[in-house]
Structure formats: C-alpha cells, structure tokens
Design a protein. Structure first.
Length: 157
C-alpha cells in the first residue's frame, strides 16, 4: 500500500497532477479545509482516512460542502480498500506524516499572481479576498513545515 501526497500552493496544479496518478484513489484536503480552518481539521482526516488505510480497512469521512460561500457539513464519502491513496491539497504532505509517505510531490508555480489568477478562475471572483488571505497563510505554513524542501519530486507547472 502506498500513500502519496501532492502538495503546493493554491492554484499550482495539485488537483490536475493528482488526477493523473494511475490507479490511485484521491482524497482532497479541499473536502476538509475552510477559509477559517485551513489546517486544524487534520484529526478528522486521520481518523476517517489515514488510520483505516494504514490498517488495511476502508475509510469514511464527511466532506465540507459550500453553499453560497458558506461551509457546512456535506455528504459522507466512502474510501474503498486501495493499493494507492493520494492526498491532494495544501498541507497534505505535512511533516507529521512524512514517515508514512511513499512519495511527496510538490507542485511549483512560482508566480503568486499566476496562482491567484488560476484560483480565482476556479473559485470565482467573489473568493479573491479570501484567496489572498489564504496565500498569506500558505507562505507561513510552508515556511514552517518545509514541505517543498522535503518533497521527493518537484513538478514545475
């Protein structure tokens, strides 16, 4: 069983890269994170996905659903038994699971304006202020977690 993380800044191409990993089941951190809770939701992911995966069991978690820009509890998602699980999204390759990862892929798009433009195109103009705030958060997170420096593979988009 392999656990792969695809991490990087918002708008850097993580989702696209993760979707191209053959035979993998992808779980996105976007289904957990909110503007006001960018990373402390991790225990829910660990209990519902990572712990069962490590034990060879199926997993289950409740995704965040966005309604009119407001996060609320969404549908339950079943995670089947798989050989390769990919965690995709900001903080997916965090230091706390480094020893459990088969690979940490870092998506690199150096220009923050280009990343913002991609994220706004994806999430809508109404999200621009939150995305700018998110980008500032990411800079601090990645500096402390040193995710990019620990990556086994760096992909430049």
């Amino acid at each position: 069983m392999r656990l792969i993380a695809v991490d990087g800044h918002s708008g850097s191409g993580k989702s696209t890269l993760a979707a191209r990993i053959p035979g993998a089941h992808v779980v996105s951190t976007d289904e957990f994170a909110t503007w006001d809770d960018p990373v402390s939701w991790w225990p829910r992911l660990a209990r519902g996905v990572l712990d069962p995966f490590a034990a060879g069991d199926p997993g289950r978690y409740q995704r965040v659903r966005w309604r009119n820009g407001i996060p609320e509890p969404g549908d339950w998602v079943e995670i089947p038994l798989v050989d390769t699980l990919v965690l995709e999204g900001v903080s997916s390759g965090r230091l706390s699971i480094a020893d459990k990862l088969s690979a940490l892929l870092w998506c690199e798009l150096a220009d923050p304006r280009a990343r913002l433009a991609r994220a706004v195109a994806r999430d809508g103009e109404a999200s621009r202020a939150e995305l700018l705030r998110w980008q500032r958060f990411e800079e601090g997170w990645f500096a402390v977690d040193r995710t990019r420096h620990r990556a086994s593979i760096r992909v430049t988009v």
